[in-house]
Design a protein around this ligand. Sequence first.
Ligand code: PAF
Length: 286
Amino acid sequence: MSDSIETVRTVQDLRRIVEGWQASGKTVALVPTMGALHTGHLSLVELAKTKADKAVVSVFVNPTQFAPHEDLERYPRDEAGDMKKLATVATDLVWSPSVEEMYPGGFSTGVKAGSAASDLEGAFRPQHFDGVATVCCKLFNQVRPSIAIFGEKDYQQLAVLRQMVKDLNIPVTLVAAPTKREASGLALSSRNAYLSDAERAAAPALFAAISDVAERVAGGTAITVATVSAVETLRAAGFTKVDYVEIRDAETLAPAAGANRPLRVLAAAWLGKTRLIDNVAVQTPA
Ligand code: PAF
């Protein structure tokens, strides 16, 4: 297997290659990433290869989705390592534009994310989803894939992008891929690289706590009882701050209401300077 994948850095080169594929009848799936790839990302590429003839992976640390106080500068970057990993899953092309190529001088148009962005992550990261929606809209227009794959780890991101694609009639089908986890239950995330040994040991408590909420709510415990006790469990486990543990409608992310609707537990909590997010489904009896 070759470990040199074609990497393109200009929209012009990207278009030439992808249009060539499409002219010969090949379908294209896009896997948008910010690099610092782990096996969760690679599983998205593997899924892409089952859904389309060609898999394009974008690697772009998007500045517009970081607030000034956030971790843009320290966000992990490892292009050489990423390329080696992408070669193991038969990636066809890596789209890795510079910030100037993505946002040339004079750039001033953006997508305002819809109602799915209004709270949860949106409450703690006010401009975040506008930045995600804008860059994904650009990526869809640049690559023009028929399919784009996103991990369920960023569950609200997926809801926001589904809403954008529907509201703006963007001709792409979004495919959700289940979250990959360590044996401990910790969701794979590029940000796990920030954790100290002690924080890493505490981190699996997040998945354990939200899984417990999901189980208790499925078993009839009141939502607030389950979520309040999860916050206490997380604090006891060493989480320094809990932004939220919430149960929402799995499709709209509106507050859980009414029976027979699929539900999702979503949480965000801090271990020192690192903010972790995770989510799980509430399994309803068959
Ligand atoms: O999930 C991510 O890594 C990013 O938010 C995305 C979708 C690549 C947009 O920058």
